[in-house]
Design a protein around this ligand. Structure first.
Ligand code: GLY
Ligand code: MN
Ligand code: MN
Length: 444
């Protein structure tokens, strides 16, 4: 299994601590376990920030960074070993494991945090935390601070500055290291395989969920614990619902099916969309729209390179799509004016992409000082133009209605331009039709 090496977590903690103000402390909780219903829990997924700094996979843990502390800068509060609980729920690292396997300088039982943490915070000037993202933890933090305040008459010094950790941490997360790119390449490779399998299995008479099952099979077989987000398998007019997740309609000949799905490896997402005809053969209208979206995506790739700004790729897709819709007679007028009036938004209502990383819509600012961010080596993003012709759009000829096409790939900015991580899935009309025809011939 490809994963982030232990040494990288240590490097990240050091890099964060180097950016923290002197005499400060950072405190970050693990994700809480979420109850699904009664005794059933949702599959546990670690908090991305916590994971980024620790690689520690358990709930009920709190990470503490204290730059410059002589007795250890990295402390972990976590669950104690417990033979009975481990018999029921699985192994725990315990404090020994936290030190031995996860590089903590010191570790304490999570049940002792109320006794220990106020003493660690006391005397530090600044507290960095993920303010606002976990209200219950924010309350705990204030409780610990109040313990210190209540002892002020004894000379205790509470911190005076509370700083959101996001700004430093999320900027770090925006730049992917070579180890991160390797993991993202693997996630994209498995997801590409999943899309191919779904293409090969596509038949009228199956349901959307049948194709979802093909995706899940490849995800799990590839070692992914779960999809990075709810898979979208949208056939026919459902392809015009951007975040469709019902996935229970019947697949019909003559319809397109749009699949937006990607797996997660070691907490890194992939996010791929392909659209293909259920029957294996595009109709002339479907082909025209498909090739327009593909041309928009190609134009966007050309705008992804160091020193180009974030919005250039989006602007390129808007221009190609607007001009193409005019050529096809779906929009009427002057291309520049249609762009200025945002007339294209009736067909293309989302942006061309987003940052990609541990979160599918990853952290990182899109603008800096009011200006679109300039792309730099190591930034990862999606490129996902689409055209969606509403089934009830009375302004276009009937033959166009209900066609929805999105094509989405994952890229990382390189010195020369960008690397497409998800290039393993066929994309041209000819490639898709050939792949599907071969699958049918084999099945016959
Ligand atoms: N799958 C969600 C997105 O493409 O942004
Ligand atoms: Mn996306
Ligand atoms: Mn997507």
């Amino acid at each position: 299994m490809i994963h982030i090496p232990k040494s990288e977590y240590s490097r990240r903690r050091k890099a964060l601590m180097a950016q923290m103000e002197p005499n400060s402390i950072a405190i970050l909780p693990a994700a809480a376990v979420a109850i699904r219903n009664r005794d059933v829990e949702h599959v546990y997924r670690q908090d991305s920030d916590f994971q980024y700094l620790s690689g520690f996979p358990e709930p009920q843990a709190v990470l503490v960074l204290m730059p410059g502390r002589l007795h250890g800068e990295y402390l972990l509060f976590c669950r104690e070993r417990n033979a009975e609980r481990e018999l029921w729920d699985g192994l725990r690292a315990g404090q020994e494991g936290a030190i031995r396997d996860f590089g903590a300088d010191d570790a304490f039982p999570i049940t002792d945090i109320d006794d220990i943490l106020p003493g660690l915070i006391e005397g530090r000037d600044r507290v960095y935390s993920a303010m606002g993202s976990n209200p219950e933890f924010d309350r705990h933090l204030m409780d610990w601070i109040n313990v210190i305040r209540s002892k002020a008459h004894l000379g205790a010094q509470p911190p005076n500055e509370y700083v959101a950790l996001d700004h430093l941490l999320h900027d770090m997360r925006l730049y992917k290291s070579s180890a991160e790119v390797k993991v993202m390449r693997e996630a994209a490779r498995i997801s590409a395989q999943a899309h191919i399998r779904a293409m090969q299995a596509s038949r009228a008479g199956l349901h959307e969920f049948s194709l979802e099952a093909e995706l899940d099979y490849e995800f799990r077989k590839g070692g992914a614990k779960m999809p990075a987000y709810g898979s979208i398998v949208a056939s026919g007019r459902n392809s015009c619902i951007l975040h469709y997740q019902q996935n229970d309609a019947l697949l019909k000949d003559g319809d397109l099916v749009l699949i937006d799905a990607g797996c997660e490896i070691d907490c890194y997402a992939s996010d791929i969309t392909r659209t293909w005809p259920v029957s294996g053969k595009f109709s002339p209208e479907q082909k025209a729209i498909y090739e327009l979206v593909l041309a928009a995506q190609d134009a966007a790739f050309a705008e992804i390179a160091p020193n180009k700004h974030w919005n250039q790729a989006h602007e390129a897709t808007v221009r190609v799509i607007t001009a193409g819709l005019v050529d096809l007679g779906l929009l009427q007028g002057n291309v520049d004016e249609l762009i200025a009036s945002e007339a294209y938004k009736a067909f293309y209502m989302h942006r061309a992409g987003h940052w990609l990383g541990m979160d599918v819509h990853d952290v990182g600012e899109y603008k800096v000082g009011g200006e679109w961010r300039v792309l730099e080596v190591g930034m990862a993003l999606t490129v996902e133009p689409g055209i969606y012709i509403a089934p009830d759009n009375q302004n276009v000829a009937k033959k166009w209605r209900g066609i929805g096409v999105r094509i989405e790939d994952d890229v990382v900015v390189t010195r020369q331009g960008c690397e497409i991580l998800s290039k393993g899935v066929p994309k041209t009309v000819a490639e898709i039709e050939a792949l599907m025809a071969a699958a049918r011939a084999q099945a016959a």
